[in-house]
Ligand binder design. Structure first.
Ligand code: FDA
Length: 389
């Protein structure tokens, strides 16, 4: 069978590309259902974009590569699309936009757009082999137990990253990239909880508080959550994308005020109170107990000199921690790194060396922050390739 374009992967990027590619388009996916990550995202409500999305919210070896696609299809374009499909939405926090009802509405919308564009969708279809000759690409696929050969002028690789293998994530995009001599930048789990040795925080599991977390000069002001295995919550997921093995993270437990003045005032008014009792008024109780123990706090507030209070505050606002690892691809929301952008056109997402071969979405070395940015990259890069085709 002959197509103009075959898109590998019916996820966010592949479906968006199919709606804009034109001509005879086939989308194929090994999963039983399209857009599975969309369906489960944002707790079932899909954080589909961010009001403040801009180039600064993305990580990749080339900090300029993603600018063109993001400018071609912005968060406002996606909002127009969901308005045309009458999908109600709301801003939760920090510009993060969610469906009022269900993420399934986003999948249904993309499928409606795919149908409107006249594209075909084959699910439960595996790619066995791909090769290129003078007239384009030849793909051997297996569908419902039968192998067949397909031909296409263009192939768009939209099979995502390695995160959550249980949901069908594979390294297919990287294999195809390598086959066609494209470089891959180091891939790592991103937006992932960080782990610590010896059950250090087990007693704190469930405690959450707003913090500022920094690593290597980058910082995020969001909530942090203690878990049985370590630290999670938006602040930690964000910083995990900047953290590397062997590096420390620094947690400021008082992100919007210096506790020093508070403590000095309380020394006047409540000097006879125990230092750990005072701490328990300023922080969640279990965390205050943990800190009192690890920092070996003792004595009344009145016994503390300014120097001692300053030293304590420095520890509370600069709590330095050395994670041993992360929860890995099992729970990571995204894969950092991927197909090296040096080999791709930033305007069209097409390979510079293999005409007709495109890479879009998460498989490319462009990773967004937490908060709807990764879907925006999928929409933007999918649109850019679709338009170019
Ligand atoms: P995506 O993974 O969506 O699609 C790839 C498709 O390719 C899948 O359908 C897969 O089955 C198929 N495929 C893979 N290997 C194949 C093979 N060998 N053969 C055939 N098909 C193959 N982002 C965000 O902005 N807001 C959010 O709320 C969330 N929430 C969220 C929650 C969870 C739990 C996860 C894991 C991730 C998120 N994300 C997110 C990230 C977001 O889901 C992700 O960045 C996009 O889905 C990436 O879109 P892609 O189309 O590139 O890949």
């Amino acid at each position: 069978m002959e197509f103009d374009t075959i898109i590998l992967g019916a996820g966010a990027a592949g479906l968006m590309c199919a709606a804009h590619a034109g001509g005879r388009v086939l989308v194929l996916d090994h999963a039983r259902a399209p857009g599975e990550k969309i369906r489960i995202s944002g707790g079932g409500r899909c954080n589909f974009t961010n009001l403040h999305a801009g180039p600064g919210n993305f990580i990749g070896a080339n900090p300029h590569f993603h600018k063109s696609a993001l400018a071609q299809y912005t968060q406002w374009d996606f909002l127009d699309l969901i308005a045309r499909h009458n999908i109600p939405w709301h801003e939760k926090t920090l510009g993060q936009l969610f469906c009022d009802d269900s993420a399934k509405q986003i999948v249904a919308m993309l499928l409606a757009e795919l149908t409107r564009a006249g594209a075909q969708l084959w699910l439960h279809t595996a790619l066995i082999e791909i090769a290129r000759d003078d007239s384009g690409f030849r793909l051997m696929v297996e569908r419902e137990g039968t192998r067949q050969t397909l031909r296409a002028r263009n192939v768009v690789v939209a099979t995502g990253g390695k995160s959550i293998p249980k949901m069908g994530a594979t390294g297919l995009a990287y294999d195809i990239a390598r086959q066609f001599n494209h470089a891959i930048t180091e891939t790592r789990p991103g937006l992932v909880p960080l782990t610590f040795p010896d059950g250090r925080f087990t007693g704190l599991a469930g405690v959450a508080l707003p913090v500022r977390v920094t690593c290597e000069g980058t910082g995020f002001d969001e909530a942090m959550l203690f878990t049985h295995r370590g630290l999670s919550g938006p602040a930690i997921l964000q910083i995990s994308s900047y953290w590397r093995e062997g590096k420390t993270i620094t947690v400021n437990l008082f992100p919007d005020r210096d506790p020093f003045q508070d403590l000095r005032q309380q020394r006047q008014s409540a000097g006879r109170k125990n230092l750990s009792t005072i701490l328990a008024q300023m922080l969640p109780g279990r965390l205050a107990d943990h800190l009192s123990e690890t920092l070996k706090l003792s004595g009344n507030l009145a016994d503390q000199s300014d120097t001692a209070l300053r030293a304590l505050c420095d520890q509370l606002t600069g709590w330095t921690l050395l994670p041993t690892g992360s929860e890995g691809y099992r729970t990571a929301e995204v894969t950092l790194g991927g197909v090296d952008t040096g080999g791709l056109s930033s305007k069209t997402m097409m390979s510079n060396s293999v005409p007709g071969l495109y890479f879009i979405g998460e498989c490319v070395d462009v990773t967004g922050w937490l908060g709807g940015f990764n879907f925006q990259w999928a929409w933007s890069s999918g649109f850019a390739a679709g338009q170019a085709i």
